[in-house]
Design a protein around this ligand. Structure first.
Ligand code: SF4
Length: 174
């Protein structure tokens, strides 16, 4: 059963928290989607998995809602006393997500993560070229308009663990 295979992979890779929900309980927010325009991460218009290249809010929503189930994953990372380990933490989280992608390769799932797709460096969008691996593109949760703060509260998951420890949220849809 696909659900059991996903859970087995999630537990093998090792996340701090996960919750299983119906895809219809995903929370989208126009404000989250619109905030990408501020381009604080530098991916706006520079990554095929992020706005505006990933489509409008409706297109992003429908990409998730064509699945029935979602598993919200959280990996907690300590940012360092002065947030000096932020980049290192981001790389560790990306490596964790890539391990999960490898374990679920070929399964009928969609995996979304924090930030834009990192399959290529740089993303072809930076060179105004089409996506090189459309079937392997990984969509951004925030860039898809998912309201992670509200969902983490609703599901009683750790967004801010205190002591400069933050939750990095990811998702498997099936
Ligand atoms: S697969 Fe490569 S080109 Fe396509 S969105 Fe990801 S990083 Fe960009």
């Amino acid at each position: 059963m696909l659900r059991d295979e996903i859970i087995e992979a999630v537990e093998a890779v090792g996340f701090d928290e996960y919750r299983e929900i119906d895809a219809t309980d995903l929370i989208f927010a126009d404000a989250v989607f619109a905030s990408c325009k501020q381009n604080t991460c530098g991916n706006y218009g520079k990554n095929h998995s992020c706005p505006p290249l990933s489509g409008d809010m409706e297109k992003n929503k429908s990409r998730f809602l064509k699945y029935d189930h979602a598993i919200i994953l959280n990996k907690l990372a300590h940012m360092g006393d002065f947030y000096e380990k932020m980049e290192e933490a981001g790389k560790e989280v990306a490596a964790t997500l890539n391990q999960l992608r490898e374990k679920l390769d070929g399964k009928a799932v969609m995996i979304a993560g924090p930030g834009g797709c990192d399959r290529c460096d740089p993303c072809a969008a930076k060179e105004d070229e089409p996506c090189r691996f459309p079937d392997e593109k990984r969509y951004s949760m925030e860039g898809s308009g998912l309201d992670i703060v509200s969902m983490s509260r609703k599901e009683n998951m750790t967004y801010n663990g205190g002591n400069n420890t933050l939750g990095f949220f990811m998702m498997v849809l099936y």
